[in-house]
Ligand binder design. Structure first.
Ligand SMILES: [Ca+2]
Length: 260
């Protein structure tokens, strides 16, 4: 394949990927309460349909900020906190997406789906004002019924680490997207993918990147040697202190911070 063909293939792949992603631009948005594949935690009307078990209190409604979903519910300390989601296809892989709000405490938790796991472990022992979008690929074998139980097992080692969850969502993983993920071995996110991930995240979180310009993108190493992308978008208002900073981990975890 010559350079021109490779470029065309790359562009075509991107268009296909964009077309697949386009219909599911609804994360973090308020939906009509229903027994569906999206549990809006903190919203009493929607919670009724999702058989919540073990959760703590509703978090105080957040400042509107840049996100449309401003409701969330705390986990119970060192307990299992579960919701039920309802899907139409079984035996197919899914993306599990949720937003968690980490605070000053040990907001660590594990995620189980249909009592299988932990499929994901989040450890947060440091001060962090960030909200984070988490996305986990769930194997087809785990989705064996149209009712799916997602459970957050709180593993805080202090007395206040109760991460609040804003919503939990399950979307079928499109086959083409799956193929692309399988082809990127070892599992690493390149700059292009990191930018797409941030743009998708911003869209879901209703962050208007149109009024910002990407001014910096670099691969950095954390304290424990783990690599992640750091991307900075500066506001077009000419004030250098007004910018958005995103990080994207190699497993696709996005965090952001707004500076003003
Ligand atoms: Ca919510």
């Amino acid at each position: 394949m010559n350079r021109s063909q490779a470029l065309q293939t790359c562009l075509l792949s991107f268009v296909i990927l964009a077309a697949i992603i386009a219909p599911s631009k609804c994360f973090g948005q308020k939906r009509t309460p229903a027994p569906d594949n999206y549990a809006d935690l903190g919203d009493a009307e929607d919670e009724k349909f999702h058989d919540l078990r073990g959760w703590g209190a509703v978090n105080a409604v957040l400042p509107k900020g840049m996100s449309r979903d401003i409701t969330s519910r705390y986990q119970n300390l060192r307990a299992s906190n579960s919701v039920k989601l309802f899907v139409s296809q079984v035996g197919t892989p899914y993306n599990l997406t949720f937003r968690a709000e980490a605070g000053l405490c040990d907001d660590s938790f594990e995620v189980y789906v249909n009592n299988t796991g932990p499929l994901y472990v989040y450890r947060n022992k440091e001060s962090s004002p960030m909200k984070a979008l988490h996305q986990i690929r769930i194997d087809a074998s785990i989705i064996n019924d149209t009712t799916v139980e997602v459970s957050f097992r709180n593993i805080a080692e202090d007395s206040c680490g109760r991460a609040a969850i804003s919503y939990v969502s399950l979307e079928p993983l499109a086959e083409t997207f799956q193929a692309q993920q399988l082809s990127t071995t070892p599992a690493r996110i390149n700059l292009q993918r990191a930018m797409e991930t941030v743009e998708l995240f911003a869209d879901r979180e209703k962050i208007t990147l149109a009024s910002y310009t990407l001014t910096e993108a670099r691969l950095v190493s954390g304290d424990e040697g783990e690599q992640y992308w750091r991307l900075r978008w500066e506001n077009n208002n000419g004030k250098p202190e007004d910018y958005l900073e995103f990080t994207v981990s190699m497993d696709g975890l996005v965090t952001y911070r707004l500076y003003r």
